[in-house]
Design a protein around this ligand. Structure first.
Ligand SMILES: Cc1cc2nc3c(=O)[nH]c(=O)nc-3n(C[C@H](O)[C@H](O)[C@H](O)COP(=O)(O)OP(=O)(O)OC[C@H]3O[C@@H](n4cnc5c(N)ncnc54)[C@H](O)[C@@H]3O)c2cc1C
Length: 287
């Protein structure tokens, strides 16, 4: 591994300054992507900025009516072990619980999953479906951006030199709503998704008031699907089938060693149908 410097700032200002002065610097959250990439020579930063000692990046705060502030460095285990958060956002707790195994979840963050911008990242389709936004801080000040605009290419995000993802804001879910992320992996765990589907649905009088769908592993970036035609439809089998067709039509998969493009398109339909049916059932129960 190439030689590098290490800093562990205690404030956001110090972290942004360090990242600005060293254009090749990389933030270190859990390191479960970064260290693997550095060992393989795919990333060669001259400085590692450990962001785990900065309070804002460790915030995990749910405010009823306002939503969730998820600090970018909060490890997965803190999400599913927090009963308030996992009651308010069960789908987020579920996704935190499928990223790697227990050891990975002790380090890996949802912020790191997002910043790493892998097409197969499991958390990103769910964040898109939940309407999450990114709070970004850099030398030019602060900005916010919807998660669906954050990833620009495989392994690349919108962050400019010196910028850090501070937190992810997830809006309050209304009554009669639910979200779900499902992926297909050849093994039961610790595998990269061949395809994945995140869905979010708000129900009203047995009909879909609004729905969102996003996919993983079937495009260069996690892929939002236009699901606006589902609004107003009855929450029945035909509508669920239609959602699967929308997902399959939107997918732009490639053929690789994990699956053919056709197989992935088929998976998009199946996973979206199952995720939506499950979210509809949960939304009917949710107060
Ligand atoms: C054995 C194993 C199993 C895995 N299983 C899964 C899986 O099932 N599903 C899945 O989606 N992923 C999986 N991963 C990949 C990885 O664990 C996740 O992507 C994880 O969420 C990354 O989080 P992290 O905190 O470790 O990120 P890090 O490795 O610390 O960071 C990832 C990238 O984002 C940048 N970064 C991190 N935080 C910030 C920030 N706040 N601001 C700016 N840039 C930042 C870093 O510089 C780096 O480039 C697995 C990895 C391993 C090693």
């Amino acid at each position: 591994m190439k030689w590098f410097d290490y800093q562990a700032p205690r404030t956001l200002g110090e972290a942004v300054e360090a990242m600005t002065l060293h254009p090749t610097a990389r933030a270190l959250a859990g390191g479960t992507d970064l260290l693997v990439q550095m060992r393989a020579g795919r990333r060669t930063p001259d400085l590692i900025v450990d962001i785990k000692k900065i309070p804002e990046l460790n915030q995990l705060h749910y405010e009823p009516g306002m939503g969730l502030t998820l600090g970018a460095a909060v490890p997965c285990y803190r999400i599913y072990n927090d009963t308030t958060v996992s009651r308010a956002y069960p789908s987020l707790a579920e996704v935190a619980n499928i990223i790697g195994g227990t050891q990975i979840q002790g380090r890996a963050s949802i912020g790191g999953n997002l910043c790493n911008a892998a097409p197969s990242a499991d958390a990103i389709p769910l964040l898109i479906a939940l309407g999450a936004t990114c709070r970004i801080l850099g030398p030019g000040g602060e900005r916010t951006l919807p998660v669906d605009q954050f990833c620009v290419a495989p392994g690349q995000n919108v962050l400019a030199t010196g910028e850090l993802l501070v937190s992810i804001q997830i809006p309050q879910s209304p009554a009669s709503s639910a979200a779900r992320y499902l992926r297909f992996i050849p093994r039961n765990e610790m595998d990269i998704a061949v395809a994945g589907a995140g869905v979010y649905v708000v129900m009203e009088n047995g009909h879909i008031q609004s729905a969102k769908i996003a996919l993983s592993s079937v495009a260069p970036t996690p892929l939002p699907v236009d699901a606006s035609t589902l609004a107003g439809q009855p929450a029945d089998e035909a509508t669920v089938h239609k959602a699967g067709e929308l997902a399959a039509a939107a997918a732009k998969p490639i053929t690789d060693m994990r699956g053919t493009a056709d197989y992935r398109r088929h998976l998009c339909a199946v996973l979206t149908r199952r995720a939506l049916a499950s979210a509809i059932a949960a939304a009917k129960e949710s107060k």
